[in-house]
Ligand binder design. Structure first.
Ligand code: PRP
Ligand code: URA
Length: 208
């Protein structure tokens, strides 16, 4: 699939299996979400632009590098929060802009409840973060919001994607690359990813 990257990294595969396990309790689940997100972000940011940065080591002067682009992390509430924490550790100068959406249980359509983006964009690259790409409604709606904000370089970073959600994103936003730990089999009649991991928000926050 063009523009879809499912991690092949053994660390990701190992941690994802622990995450899926129904016996993994919320504390461990949160830790795994943070770790997997950081590993995926490492892959998703491989094309960030750097500029030369002169510096002095204890031995000599040299030219190093620093990130040129201003990065925005956009976690979709609630489940994207753990991913933002993990990635923020790697890039502490990134801005974090939350978008609140929940999925209506009957229609499976996203309902927006939080958006405090300022009028003008303050970042040049956005990583949209949500562990579950199920029908794709939440990811598509958030990408719409970020594009309307004016950001041109956008990537979606999730943990598990369903073929249905990937297809929806590719149809609505073919220019947005999708980084995942795994692509699963299908959605069930309630819109849950199978085999999946259950409800990512409930499992992180102990609310299930
Ligand atoms: C979950 C998940 C995504 C959405 C994915 O959120 O975290 O945001 O569902 O489904 P979709 O691809 O079909 O839109 P949920 O609505 O359960 O809210 P929560 O994170 O607050 O639990
Ligand atoms: N949201 C979740 O948290 N899990 C799913 O499997 C689908 C949507």
């Amino acid at each position: 699939m063009p523009n879809v990257f499912a991690s092949q990294h053994p660390l990701v595969a190992h941690k994802l299996s622990r995450l899926r396990d129904r016996n993994t309790e919320p504390k461990k689940f949160r830790e795994l979400v943070r770790e997997i997100a950081a590993l995926l972000a490492y892959e998703a940011t491989a094309d960030l632009v750097t500029v030369p940065r002169p510096l002095e080591t204890p031995l000599t002067a040299m030219t190093g590098a620093e990130l040129k682009e201003k990065i925005g992390l956009v976690p979709i509430l609630r489940a994207g929060l753990g991913m933002a924490e993990g990635i923020w550790e790697l890039m502490p100068t990134a801005e974090v802009w939350h978008i609140g959406l929940y999925r209506d249980e009957q229609t499976l359509k996203p309902v927006q409840y939080y958006n405090k983006l300022p009028v003008e964009p303050t970042v040049s690259v956005c990583l949209i973060l949500d562990p579950m790409l199920a029908t794709g409604g939440s990811a598509v709606a958030t990408t719409d919001i970020v594009k309307r904000w004016g950001v041109k370089k956008i990537k979606f970073v999730g943990v598990i994607g369903a073929p249905e959600g990937i297809a929806a994103m590719q149809k609505a936003h073919p220019d947005v690359p999708i980084y995942l730990a795994a692509i699963d089999d299908h959605l069930n009649e309630h819109g849950y990813i199978v085999p999946g991991l259950g409800d990512a928000g409930d499992r992180q926050f102990g609310t299930g």
